[in-house]
Design a protein around this ligand. Structure first.
Ligand code: CAA
Length: 697
């Protein structure tokens, strides 16, 4: 008879095998009721002389996905996870973890403390704590290296790398892969263990496998480079080193103390905020959580340029069929080789096999015709950013597609409302704003028009997720959210340059803040011609000062297009290493002279504040206009799209940490220095500062 031990854990005896089942939707997080139930199940198992093995399994979609993140901010209630795990480790009869879905964090630590682990073939395993700015705190760093080897464990703990069941079976993390009926497979496994004598095996008692003496130093250097600014990956290396060099109990204490310390750290708070914000961003106003999704199998992409190619590649990667429509054989030929190049580099990296690439390319059709699009479920318009050109494409798609097919535009600044209204299917029109290179960049700003149907919005959200992207729904607004905020940072960087700062100083300050690359190095990488074109598009809406601040145009006129011509803001050697260039200084000096500007010393603080606060001020306007639904959406956009350091939680979270009153005071200062039209505090900032609140209340 099944006994309910707590709200979340039940226990049943099937002959001499007990089965403890946890059921804590949605992901079986190890909340208090689960921990208490597990503890009770262990007691009942140990007390029951007839029971010779116990299976630990989870109901629903996954094995334990880790500690309950929602409990982190509250005082922990006993039994703590470490206590439950110590009891599992101490069991005098075998416990078998039966795993499906994802065994993550504390969930994997539970499994590691069992005698045996079996899993279905689709299961995945990981210690992703580092992504939340923390580290395993219940023996994961001690048991994993003993089971799978020090180097493999180090990669999982310091990078949060997940592995599949096949790899877990190879490296010894699990003892068997069972068929799709997990209960049946686990019972069969338990029977074999009992029949073989019921041995218990404790990972805690295994010897430490040998490892290379330089392993930890090499890992530290690699972490410093790959995770610049992040605290947890560095500490992870120290932790694993401790785990394999200190006695088990001492290392366990160190592990717990490190996890606890990191849990209270600003970085962990910021990363946990982003974890929640990313999920919150999927909740879209007016779109029920169970909105029906339209079936998307075949997609037409119109426009075979850089964006169209990247979008086509990620659609192919997600298993969709793609019709890429262009105007000429030449443009389609270029698109075909562009897409082939994307796959060639995947082949070189070893991430895709030649057969897989062949399969993907077999789903691609290139054509100049809009005929035969009746089986297309969604079309992406990715043609040049000209209103009349886009309107013409919309007209052709309207005529060629089924009435229920969706049309999305990839426009980055045109008015989506205008495009939707001109269509004969306005409810089936929305935006999907990809970023270049579209097959690499995670962020997609999905754009709702006033008449976009809820199921269309749900469908494009699901599609973006299927492409492995991070979608955020935004509203009508010129430049949407990411580029609109970026344009303010770009403006300030240009103003600072003409006022006397150097590209190297501004780049140093912003990359020192945590951006992966400074704005001028980025411009040189993207190409000055691209920057000049973006500037030309915005020119009609620029202030007089912005119009006159034409350093970009001067660089283009001098043939300095950036890395591709060996010179832009910087000079580049044949290895593309940048160095300051006196010729660029001369262009800057001439610009300042022409504008009558006497250069001044500019402090690093001023650079950072002007670049950052101009963005935050714009974000406040975006929020007030409703173009972003929540401050968290803006944090997700900037961390997933434009390299805002995740460990600071995004611009809005970071602004709250600085304090809105401090930011308002700085905006007032820069209003006086640079001009009110650039730095007048947004009404929302005024209000929050007056109320002593932040964007997050
Ligand atoms: N605790 C509490 N809630 C969690 C959770 C957790 N560990 N993991 C996921 N959830 C919640 C999500 O917030 C989401 O809630 P809403 O529906 O309210 O938005 C819901 O579960 C579903 O999550 P996803 O949308 O992410 O679902 P998915 O199917 O796409 O992914 C998953 C499932 C792979 C488990 C993913 O949620 C995930 O990666 N979770 C985090 C796992 C993790 O980091 N575990 C380590 C925690 S720290 C730890 O365990 C160490 C320790 O002991 C101190």
């Amino acid at each position: 008879m099944t006994e309910l031990l707590t709200q979340a854990v039940s226990l049943v005896a099937l002959g001499d095998i007990m089965v403890a089942t946890a059921d804590n939707p949605p992901v079986n997080a190890l909340s208090h009721s689960v921990r208490a139930g597990l503890s009770d199940a262990i007691s009942a198992f140990e007390k029951n002389d007839a029971a010779r093995a116990m299976i630990l399994v989870c109901a629903g979609r996954t094995f334990f996905a880790g500690a309950d993140i929602r409990e982190f901010a509250k005082p922990m209630r006993e039994p703590l996870l470490g206590e439950v795990i110590a009891r599992l480790d101490g069991c005098t009869k075998p416990v078998i973890a039966a795993i499906h879905g994802t065994a993550l964090g504390g969930g994997l630590e539970v499994a590691l403390a069992c005698s045996y682990r079996v899993a279905v073939a689709s299961a995945r395993f990981g210690l992703p704590e580092v992504k939340l700015g923390i580290l395993p705190g219940a023996g994961g760093s001690l048991r994993l290296p003993r089971l799978i080897g020090v180097e493999a464990a180090l990669a999982m703990i310091s990078e949060g790398r997940q592995i599949d069941a096949a790899e877990a079976a190879r490296n010894g993390l699990i003892d068997a892969i069972v068929g799709s009926d997990l209960a049946d497979g686990a019972l069969g496994f338990a029977r074999r263990i009992i029949d073989a004598g019921g041995d218990i095996r404790r990972a805690s008692e295994l010897p430490i496998p040998s490892f290379h003496s330089a392993l930890f130093e090499t890992a530290r250097a690699s972490m410093r480079k790959r995770f610049r600014g992040y605290v947890a990956p560095q500490k992870a290396v120290d932790l694993v080193e401790t785990a394999v060099t200190m006695p088990f109990a001492d290392a366990g204490e160190r592990e717990y103390a490190t996890c606890k310390e990191l849990l209270g750290s600003p970085q962990s708070k910021a990363l946990r905020h982003l974890f929640a914000a990313e999920r919150e961003a999927l909740k879209i106003e007016g779109v029920p959580a169970d909105a029906s999704l339209r079936d998307i199998r075949k997609v037409a992409v119109v426009g075979p340029g850089t964006m169209g190619r990247g979008i086509a590649a990620c659609l192919l990667d997600a298993g969709l069929s793609v019709v890429l429509i262009g105007l000429s054989d030449e443009s389609l030929g270029k698109a075909r080789s562009g897409i082939a190049r994307i796959y060639e580099s995947a082949l070189k990296r070893g991430s895709l096999s030649a057969e897989e690439i062949e399969r993907r390319l077999s789903r691609l059709t290139l054509t100049q015709s809009y005929d035969g699009l009746a089986d297309v479920d969604l079309a992406v318009e990715a043609v040049t950013e000209q209103r009349d050109v886009k309107a013409e494409v919309f007209g052709k798609l309207d005529a060629a597609l089924r009435d229920d097919a969706i049309i999305v535009t990839n426009t980055s600044f045109l008015d989506i409302e205008e495009l939707a209204s001109a269509s004969r299917r306005p409810s089936n029109v929305a935006g999907m704003h990809f970023f270049n290179p579209a097959h690499v960049m995670k962020l997609v700003e999905n754009v709702r028009a006033s008449r976009s149907a809820p199921d269309v919005l749900a469908t494009i959200t699901a599609l973006a997720r299927r492409l492995g992207k991070t979608p955020v729904m935004v509203g009508r607004s010129e430049g949407f959210v990411a580029n609109r905020m970026l344009s303010k940072r770009t403006r300030e960087a240009q103003f600072l340059l003409e006022e006397g700062a150097t590209p190297a100083q501004i780049d140093r300050v912003l990359s020192g803040f945590g951006f992966p690359i400074g704005p001028f190095a980025l411009a040189d990488l993207a190409g000055m011609d691209i920057m000049a074109a973006a500037r030309a598009a915005r020119l009609p809406r620029m202030s007089d000062r912005e119009k006159s601040c034409n350093i970009v145009d001067r660089l283009v006129a001098a043939g300095r297009l950036g890395q591709k011509t060996g010179a832009g803001y910087y000079r580049y050697d044949e290895k593309r290493t940048a160095s300051p260039d006196p010729e660029a200084d001369t262009i800057l000096d001439t610009h300042r002279r022409d504008r009558g500007i006497v250069p001044r010393e500019i402090s690093d603080d001023e650079i950072l504040e002007r670049c950052l606060y101009a963005m935050v001020n714009e974000a406040a306007k975006i929020l007030e206009e409703g173009a972003a639904a929540r401050p968290g959406d803006i944090d997700v956009i900037w961390t997933s799209g434009f390299g805002f350091p995740s460990y600071l939680g995004g611009p809005m979270f970071h602004a709250d940490r600085i304090g809105i009153q401090t930011i308002k005071a700085a905006l007032d200062r820069y209003s006086a220095l640079v001009g009110r039209e650039y730095f007048q505090p947004a009404p929302l900032i005024e209000r929050l500062a007056a109320e002593g609140k932040g964007f997050y209340g």
